[in-house]
Structures are given as C-alpha cells and as structure tokens.
Write a protein that binds this ligand. Structure first.
Ligand SMILES: C[C@](O)(CO)[C@H](O)COP(=O)(O)OP(=O)(O)OC[C@H]1O[C@@H](n2ccc(N)nc2=O)[C@H](O)[C@@H]1O
Ligand SMILES: Nc1ncnc2c1ncn2[C@@H]1O[C@H](COP(=O)(O)OP(=O)(O)OP(=O)(O)O)[C@@H](O)[C@H]1O
Length: 301
C-alpha cells in the first residue's frame, strides 16, 4: 500500500487586468499571481474505485463527486496514461472555498502531482502543465507557485522574480462568490465601454522584484473588484476596516469575496488582523506571507 501527500498554496492576484469577453466566453488577462502560505493538502491512496473525501471547517461546501477538481485531475492523468483512476483522494482543506484564492485549483494541481508520483507515470513538467490548463485557468499557477504572470486566460505562465517576503492579511467573507458570475458582472459593467488590452504593470513587476511593499501597495489593481463589489457591496466595509487598521492597501482577491490587505511587516499584519477581527465586517481573518512554493510532495512511499 502506498500513499502520497502533496501540499499546495493559495494565491492572491496582485494585478488582475481583464480584457473584453472573447468569443469562447473567457477573457484575456494580465494576471500577476503571488502564492501565499495558506495550504490545502491532497493525499492519494490506491482504492477499488475513485473516491473523494474532504476535512476542514468548510468541507461541507466541497463537492465530493467527479466535479471535484481533484477527481477531474486524477481522471485526466489516468486517461492520458491508459489506466483507471482507482484512488482515494483526501483533501485537508484550509484554503477558503469559493473565496477567489484558487482553492479548488490547488486541489486539482495537488491531486495531479500526487497521482503522478503514486503511478510513476514519468510525465514531463510540460505535460502536467498542459493537463492543469485543461482543468482550469488558475490550475497551472497552483502547480508552479512563487510568483508568475499569466496571460491568455491566465494559464500561460512566465515566472517572476520576487526580491522579498510580502506579508498579507486575508478577510474571509460570510458567503462565497461564483467566478463565472463575477466575470458576467464585469461584462455587464463594461457594456458600451472600450476595454483596453490587458497588460502587466511595469511598476508592479518592479515592486515585486525589489520586494518593496510600499511600491507594491501603490501598484496593485484588480479589474474584477468593481464587479465583485457590485455583487457583494458589504465588501467595501471590510476594505475600509483594513485600511483604517493600517494596511498599506486592500483589494479583493481575484474574483472575491476574500479581501487581501498588504502589511509592511509580520507585526503589522498581526495588528491589522486583530483590528479586522474586531470590526465585525468579515467571517474570519488569516495572515500569510508570500511567495510560497507551488505544489510539493511532502510524503511519499
Ligand atoms: C479570477 C481568477 O481566479 C483570477 O486568477 C481566474 O481568472 C479564474 O480562474 P478559474 O477559477 O481557474 O477559472 P476557470 O475554471 O478556468 O473558469 C471559470 C469561469 O470563469 C470565467 N473566466 C475564467 C478565466 C478567464 N480568463 N476568463 C473568464 O471569463 C469563465 O466564465 C469561466 O467559465
Ligand atoms: N476541490 C475543490 N475545492 C473547493 N471547491 C471545489 C473543488 N472542486 C470543485 N469545486 C467547486 O468550485 C467552486 C469554486 O471553488 P474554489 O474554492 O475553487 O473557488 P475560488 O477559490 O473562488 O476559485 P478561483 O480563485 O480559482 O476563481 C466551489 O463552489 C465548488 O463547487
């Protein structure tokens, strides 16, 4: 009997520039991802048939059928290598569900790497990244971690240099937001407007390379934020509470509704977290720093 466990980080989008809707319904992006130290762990064990279980405070919201991204990853890898995906996938979930932090994508990348190690397929990194891109736009980044610019629908990655550790506070909201619904709201708000091609900000890339939190705070942006706020107006109160508490900046993480606050250092992050907890404007608060490594095998036979 063998068992493989893979640890996978969450992400925050420090820049999310969104272009007009494409004919296939997706949007071209300039998506600057930063992996942060909140993790899910996916453990894979041989079994008689494919089975998914999940533990963690939000486990009840995670689908356990073949729609789970971890199950889809196992099926995709098995198909490619002409075998059956007879495994038990267990997810220890710490990344908020439907929070805009790529929790499902993390489980997809984690299951892929875990099954690959268990089955010894010998798949190349490129092949694994190709399967990730088929599973979802955020999944390739969950595999590679660190910091990267994603173009196309976000799946075509270039690794970015990061010159320091950035300290973040994440405020989890009382309910989730659906990613497709937020993109649809973006389209509605963009109606009649001329949407420019999405491009990465030079100032932002320089701030990351220098590891300079003040410069990063001045350069972050999220084109999905107005859409997320339109669907979830109370997020404005959370953003205001974080900024009042001394965050260098606050923004919606990806499609939301998690809000992310950049702090100057770890002590400031703890102070901001305490103030956010006391503000009553969010369900829970976590601190985490980044960049964090991508999907990593932490225990294997
Ligand atoms: C908002 C982000 O999390 C930012 O990193 C991602 O763009 C979303 O990535 P994801 O959750 O992996 O998204 P996918 O599973 O690929 O797509 C879900 C849905 O989001 C919308 N979508 C996603 C990515 C993209 N570039 N354009 C889109 O319009 C589409 O409606 C799509 O059907
Ligand atoms: N392993 C999984 N974990 C969580 N949700 C999953 C998983 N697999 C499929 N889902 C489905 O995907 C939906 C979105 O969940 P997820 O946690 O990935 O959102 P998200 O963090 O907002 O994603 P992203 O930041 O990539 O847009 C959930 O509501 C759930 O129905």
């Amino acid at each position: 009997m063998s068992v493989v466990t893979v640890r996978v980080p969450a992400k925050v989008n420090v820049q999310l520039a969104v272009g007009a809707a494409r004919p296939d319904g997706f949007h071209d992006l300039a998506n600057v991802f930063l992996a942060v130290g909140l993790h899910d762990e996916v453990t894979v064990t041989p079994a008689d048939a494919l089975r998914v279980t999940c533990e963690g405070p939000e486990a009840a919201q995670v689908p356990l059928d073949r729609g789970n991204l971890a199950a889809r990853a196992a099926i995709a890898l098995a198909e490619r290598y002409g075998r059956t995906p007879d495994v038990h996938l267990h997810i220890a979930k710490d990344i908020p569900v439907a929070g805009g932090m790529a929790g499902g994508s993390a489980d997809g990348a984690g299951a892929l790497l875990a099954c690959d190690a268990l089955w010894g397929t010998g798949a190349s990194r490129e092949e694994l990244l190709e399967i990730c891109a088929e599973l979802g736009s955020d999944v390739p980044f969950s595999l590679v971690g660190g910091a990267a610019l994603g173009v196309g629908r976000g799946e075509q990655l270039t690794a970015l240099e990061v010159g320091g550790i950035f300290h973040w506070v994440f405020a989890m909201a009382g309910r989730g937001l659906s990613t497709p619904a937020v993109f649809r709201e973006f389209d509605r708000l963009a109606e009649g407007l001329d949407i420019p091609e999405p491009v990465a900000s030079r100032e932002l890339l320089d701030a990351l390379a220098k590891g300079d939190p003040d410069a990063l705070a001045a350069a972050v942006s999220n084109d999905l934020q107005p859409a997320a706020l339109s669907l979830f107006p109370e997020l404005a109160d959370t953003l205001a509470a974080g900024e009042t508490a001394g965050a260098l900046t606050g923004l919606v993480s990806g499609s939301g509704p998690t809000t992310a606050f950049l702090a100057r250092d770890a002590a400031a992050a703890e102070r901001i977290a305490e103030a956010l907890r006391a503000s009553g404007t969010c369900r829970s608060v976590r601190t985490a720093s980044g960049p964090a490594p991508g999907a990593t095998v932490v225990s294997a036979p």
